[in-house]
Design a binder for this molecule. Structure first.
Ligand SMILES: [Zn+2]
Length: 189
C-alpha cells in the first residue's frame, strides 16, 4: 500500500526512536507529550507517533476516528496494540483510565518540538518560568500552557477557543530548526 509516509528517511527516523520492550510494547524514545504520547515532526507539523505507526501498518486513519491502545501505554507504537475508535470510545477509554480530556488551550506560540521538550525539562528542574519565557521569547502564560500540556499534548477533542484566534501577533521564535505550530494538532486527533 502506498501511504503518505512511505519515504525511507521518515521511515528510518520513525524506527530510530522505537525501543521494543520485553512486554511486547514498542516504546517511543523520542520527544513525548505530557500525557506520554510520542511526538514527531514531518513537514513542519507535529504528529502523534502511535497514529503514524497505525497508518504505516494499516493505511490511512478514516477521518474522525481515534487510534486507541489495547495496552494502555500511551508511548507504545506497536501496531498490534492499536485499534480504531470513535470519539465516544476515546472519551470512555480515557475516563476508564482516569485521563481528563478538558482544558484545551492554544497560546499560538511557535516553537520547535525540541524547544518544547527543553522548556519542560527546564521547568521540571525548577527554573523560574519568567526566565524561561524570556529566553524563548514567549510569555510566562505560554510556558505554563506548555508545561501543563494543555497546548501541546492533550488529545484534541475540542477546537481551540476562538478567543485565542483573535490575539494579535503570535509569538515567534527565530531559529534554524524546524518550526511547528500548536494549531497543527487540530488535524492530528
Ligand atoms: Zn503496547
Amino acid at each position: 500500500m502506498i501511504h503518505p509516509y512511505s519515504d525511507d528517511e521518515f521511515y528510518s527516523r520513525f524506527f530510530s526512536q522505537v525501543s521494543k520492550s520485553d512486554g511486547g510494547c514498542w516504546l517511543w524514545t523520542g520527544c513525548k507529550s505530557n500525557r506520554g504520547y510520542g511526538l514527531l515532526t514531518r513537514r513542519r507539523k507535529v504528529f502523534r507517533s502511535h497514529r503514524i505507526s497505525y497508518e504505516l501498518t494499516y493505511g490511512k486513519i478514516p477521518s474522525g476516528l481515534y487510534v486507541l491502545h489495547t495496552c494502555d501505554v500511551p508511548s507504545c507504537v506497536n501496531p498490534d496494540h492499536l485499534f480504531l475508535g470513535t470519539q465516544k470510545d476515546n472519551m470512555r477509554d480515557m475516563a476508564l483510565k482516569g485521563r481528563s480530556t478538558l482544558g484545551e488551550k492554544n497560546p499560538k506560540a511557535k516553537l520547535t518540538l525540541n524547544q518544547v521538550c527543553e522548556i519542560r525539562e527546564l521547568a521540571k528542574s525548577g527554573k523560574n518560568r519568567k526566565e524561561i519565557a524570556d529566553s524563548f521569547g514567549v510569555t510566562p502564560m505560554n510556558i505554563s500552557s506548555i508545561v501543563s500540556g494543555v497546548s501541546w499534548c492533550s488529545p484534541l477533542l475540542f477546537a481551540p477557543p476562538t478567543r485565542f484566534a483573535k490575539q494579535s501577533t503570535p509569538p515567534t521564535v527565530e531559529n534554524s530548526g524546524e518550526t511547528v505550530s500548536t494549531t497543527v494538532f487540530a488535524a492530528d486527533r
